[in-house]
Design a protein around this ligand. Structure first.
Ligand code: HEM
Length: 391
């Protein structure tokens, strides 16, 4: 056991004032909610160690969802599985979400962004989060899943309401349960309609095809579709807003994007490093595990502070500076290890296309700082308002 164990509450409102990396020379701290893993090296080790399990199921149980369909879905879902059981669900999704689909989706996205921007009144400052970045991911999900685009507002609301569990607010539980039940009904109906109308080239058709070929069970088909829907929209919407805010706020960076749009992908990655939507990833130790000299006892809550690891000076030179030229810039925003984000290629393309649209069509745009609210809840960065003058 380490002799030094600093105390640090990473869910405190001022937690993000910590500059990043170790605290008092230690990579792991203790707080009211359990262990906090702060350095890049320790965070990477924890995220790659399957003895740390996702805490989402425990969080549901702590909040009183101890049985029933929502609990049982969570227990069976990809994020809770390890080893061969996880690969059984991950491999089909990873195959479908390969580079070809991501690149095809880029062209669809250009159209989606252009159509949304046509509805926008650019004559005065507008909330870009409400009008633009919140609307895009659910339209992309509908395209991917082969659902009509008129379903997008419903998909957006379902993703926002189900994943609000991570806000760790007990008062949201009734709305979370309602949202899951509505999501289950929605997907059962969508899958039935697809079977009736004939399969296409989309993700749900692909998964139904695997099921009909005996490679997935009906339950697994349903669980795959549910996991993809809940993960599809809310994180991408907030992360897109955070990226746009970061890039437009730094005029020197924005000027560079205008002069050379080929650096947009690097700019998106660097912005996600500084402001990761998924600022904290929560795990549970399944046995006693040593993390850089600290023994974390079995059963402990272990919170990986991605926002801190992404600003660790041991890993990122001058970590608070936005630097477009970083070598091997691989922040932990999409996690690492066997559960790294399956949608990250798609999410990056979404963000790139929003930025590209602004650079090409509204190069003189500015953030109205006094009406913009960016914050964090339970360690997750979020956009409340993002007021922009489009020019
Ligand atoms: C910018 C937006 C996004 C961010 C920041 C993000 C972040 C993450 C992170 C951090 C994880 C790992 C969670 C953990 O280990 O506890 C994850 C997993 C996952 N993400 Fe994303 N995600 C985003 C968008 C998406 C999209 C668009 C999709 C699907 C279309 C998606 C699907 C998934 C799935 C299915 C997993 C579970 C993978 C597994 O357990 O093997 N994500 N995401």
């Amino acid at each position: 056991m380490s002799t030094r164990m600093p105390v640090f509450d990473l869910f405190a409102p001022d937690a993000f004032d910590h500059p990043g990396g170790e605290i008092d020379g230690a990579a792991v701290a203790i707080g009211p909610e359990g262990y906090a893993v702060l350095s890049f090296e320790a965070a990477t080790a924890v995220l790659r160690d399957t003895r740390f399990r996702n805490s989402a199921l425990q969080l549901m149980e702590d909040f009183g969802i101890a049985d029933g369909p929502v609990h049982d879905f969570r227990a069976r879902s990809i994020i809770m599985r390890e080893g061969a059981a996880q690969l059984r669900l991950r491999t089909p999704l990873a195959r479908f979400m390969g580079p070809a689909i991501v690149q095809d989706t880029r062209f669809v996205l250009r159209q989606i962004v252009a159509e949304i921007m046509q509805d926008v009144d650019a004559s005065h400052a507008m909330d870009f989060h409400a009008a633009v970045d919140r609307r895009i991911p659910s339209l992309v999900y509908c395209h991917l899943a082969g659902a009509p685009s008129t379903d997008a507002p419903r998909v957006q609301s379902l993703s926002e309401r189900t994943l609000s569990l991570l806000a760790r607010d007990r008062t949201l539980i009734p709305s979370i349960l309602d949202a899951y039940n509505e999501l289950f009904d929605y997907l059962a109906d969508l899958i039935a309609r697809k079977r009736a109308d004939g399969l296409g080239e989309d993700m749900l058709s692909y998964l139904i095809g695997l099921t009909d070929a005996g490679k997935l069970t009906e339950q697994e088909l349903f669980d795959e579709a549910t996991s993809m829907l809940e993960a599809s929209s809310v994180n991408t919407a907030h992360q897109t807003g955070l990226v746009v805010w970061t890039l437009l706020s730094d005029r020197a960076v924005w000027q560079r994007l205008r002069e050379d749009p080929s650096v947009i992908p690097a700019a998106v990655v660097e912005a996600t490093r500084l402001y990761p939507r998924t600022g904290v990833l929560s795990k549970i130790a399944t046995e006693d595990i040593d993390v850089q000299g600290t023994t974390i006892p079995a059963g402990s809550d272990v919170h990986v502070a991605v926002w801190s690891a992404n600003r660790d000076p041991e890993r990122f030179n001058e970590p608070t500076i936005f630097d477009l030229d970083r070598e091997r810039n691989q922040p932990l925003t999409f996690s690492t290890g066997s559960h790294n984000c399956l949608g990250q290629g798609l999410a990056k393309v979404e963000m790139e296309e929003v930025v590209r649209h602004l650079v090409e069509n509204y190069p003189e745009s500015r953030i109205v700082e006094e009406d913009t609210e960016i914050g964090q809840v339970a360690g997750r960065w979020l956009v409340k308002n993002l007021m922009i003058e489009l020019r």
